[in-house]
Design a protein around this ligand. Structure first.
Ligand code: CA
Length: 92
């Protein structure tokens, strides 16, 4: 696989691993989202100034308002974070 294909496969595997934790196997509930962020994006959590910001981020994730984060909502988050990092890096 190419690097990009590998990156996409890792995204899918990461989501599936955490989604399978409890409840519905193909979505992340609030607890699963929190665990995923803590384990996979610790730098992002550290960068957040306070817990309120993190809660806002989590609330904003659930675009269709069903209290579960599905794979497309997860990918939108990762894409948004990637854009934010890319913009920041590009400006340096
Ligand atoms: Ca689940």
């Amino acid at each position: 696989m190419t690097q990009l294909e590998t990156a996409m496969a890792i995204l899918m595997k990461t989501f599936d691993t955490y989604a399978a934790g409890e409840g519905k196997k193909d979505t992340l509930n609030n607890k699963e989202v929190k665990t995923l962020l803590e384990k996979e994006l610790p730098g992002l959590l550290k960068a957040a100034k306070n817990q309120g910001e993190v809660d806002k981020l989590l609330g904003g994730l659930d675009f269709n308002g069903d209290s579960e984060v599905d794979f497309s909502e997860f990918v939108i988050l990762v894409a948004a974070l990637t854009c934010a990092c890319h913009d920041r890096c590009a400006k340096k």
